[in-house]
Design a binder for this molecule. Structure first.
Ligand SMILES: [Zn+2]
Length: 123
């Protein structure tokens, strides 16, 4: 549930910053290049927009690349009791939490460092 909220919030922020980009452009068109607040506002809004889009896409990636995704893409790396790395074949897979309000854990290979899949926190 927290996972869905985090995704919704990042989507809402992306939309809000998109609104600021549009109003910034409108101000620029209305007052011309002599209004110095317009380009500054556009720059800030643009940075926020890109940042939020990036965050939203990342959240989508975390939800898509889960255990089921890994199992269907690398069936040779799945054993009855454990998961192996699809790159080097090592069976030592560790979990670490990703912060930044993503509520996501990353399952990675301890030998080569490759991220295998993601899972939501608290499961
Ligand atoms: Zn590996």
């Amino acid at each position: 549930m927290r996972y869905i909220i985090a995704r919704l919030v990042s989507f809402a922020f992306a939309m809000a910053s998109f609104f600021y980009v549009v109003t910034g452009l409108w101000r620029w068109w209305l007052y011309g290049f002599y209004d110095h607040s317009a380009p500054v506002m556009l720059l800030i809004a643009g940075v926020f927009f890109c940042g939020n889009c990036w965050h939203y896409l990342r959240m989508t990636k975390y939800q898509t690349q889960n255990y089921d995704w890994y199992r269907s893409n690398h069936p040779d790396s799945i054993y009855r009791d454990s998961v192996a790395c699809c790159t080097c074949g090592a069976r030592r897979i560790h979990v670490r939490a990703l912060f930044n309000h993503t509520y996501t854990r990353e399952h990675f290979c301890t030998q080569c460092g490759k991220t295998l899949y993601y899972s939501p926190e608290g499961r």
